[in-house]
Design a protein around this ligand. Sequence first.
Ligand code: DQA
Length: 144
Amino acid sequence: MKILFLNGPNLNLLGTREPEIYGRTTLADIEATVRAEATKAGAAIDFRQSNVEGELVTWIQQSKGAFDVIVINAAAYTHTSVALRDAISATGVPTIEIHLSNVHAREEFRHKSLMAPVCKGQICGFGQESYLLGLQAALSLKPN
Ligand code: DQA
């Protein structure tokens, strides 16, 4: 199984960014943990981050036929991006939404996810563990 992990804006700053909310683990550390678990499970992952909305859209479009599942932490674009939602919907690759923090327990503008209706489900609030739970959810989906 091939799984594409996508990370949106400011997640490159993990480790130093608001550690009381997002923890002190870097995105590179999270990637290493996810990669090790995926390898044990016999899955191949690609792990990418971009601060640019259009780049994320392009990666989602290109995932069709190349990946079985997308696991995405779209960060702030979760709450604003019709373009990401449309890309997920148009591409049709099963997608799992993840967040480090519990977005529902935070500011009201974070309660709304534009992509949630076109995703298989949402995992949030478990810190870096959300990525491993996202991996487990991806592995539970049968390839098309
Ligand atoms: C986040 C939650 C978003 O609201 C925020 O904009 C982020 C990170 C999370 O992982 O908790 O950048 O997606």
